[in-house]
Ligand binder design. Structure first.
Ligand code: DX5
Ligand code: ZN
Length: 212
């Protein structure tokens, strides 16, 4: 299994002080910065666009992991790459033509990944597992931070890990010092945590995810 990486979700940070939050969470041990992009269509919430990603990029040292919760991500991936995204993940449930969009992401200079919602089975991404840089498995319904972990997705993680022993498998939603254990045992190695990290002492909470 590839190495464990902690990716705090900036969705739960203080947006009035993004620079300070990015610096603090990097100093606290973040490996990646998870950026949740929502289009008010694919999910019932509206968040961050390319100009804000570019602003974050100016102050960030760690790679930006941009999770696009969008109906038509193919229209925007090049812009997010230009804004500084190091990795861009698109939902397999979106309207994107998968092969073309993954290629467009790479051509634009970023790594490319796919995301599955909690009820989407591994079959939907099986053909792509050897063609992507990361698989993101949602452990809550996308749209909001602070939701309860859906443990049924651990089956998807286990199935993905079996099929792709060396792939980065990210889990997103409801991760804390308790749920992280099952996530890692199932085979996840990139751990997104929003409300858990930002609601406490960042360094202590990141460390608690790592030791768990
Ligand atoms: C949900 C987002 C998550 C969210 C996670 O739509 O994709 O990244 O910020 O938040 P927590 O860790 O609070 O569940
Ligand atoms: Zn996310």
């Amino acid at each position: 299994m590839p190495s464990i990486k902690i990716a705090p979700s900036l969705l739960s940070c203080d947006f009035a002080n993004i620079q300070r939050e990015v610096e603090a969470v990097e100093a606290a041990g973040a490996d990646l910065l998870h950026v949740d992009v929502m289009d008010a269509h694919f999910v019932p919430n509206l968040t961050i666009g390319p100009p804000v990603v570019a602003a974050i990029k100016k102050v960030a040292k760690k790679p930006l992991d941009c999770h696009l919760m969008m109906t038509d991500p193919q229209r925007y991936v090049a812009e997010f790459a230009k804004a500084g995204a190091a990795i861009i993940t698109i939902h397999v449930e979106s309207n994107a033509p998968i092969a073309e969009t993954l290629e467009l992401i790479r051509k634009s200079g970023a790594k490319a990944g796919l995301v599955v919602n909690p009820e989407t089975t591994i079959d939907a991404v099986k053909p792509w597992l050897d063609k992507i840089d990361m698989l993101l498995v949602m452990s809550v319904w996308p749209g909001f931070g602070g939701q309860k972990f859906i443990s049924a997705v651990l089956d998807t993680i286990r199935a993905a890990r079996k099929l792709a022993p060396n792939l980065d498998i990210e889990i997103d939603g409801g991760i804390n010092d308790k749920t992280v254990k099952d996530a890692v045992n199932a085979g996840a190695n990139v751990l997104v945590a929003g409300s858990y990290v930002f609601a406490g002492n960042y360094a202590e909470r990141i460390k608690s995810l790592r030791v768990a």
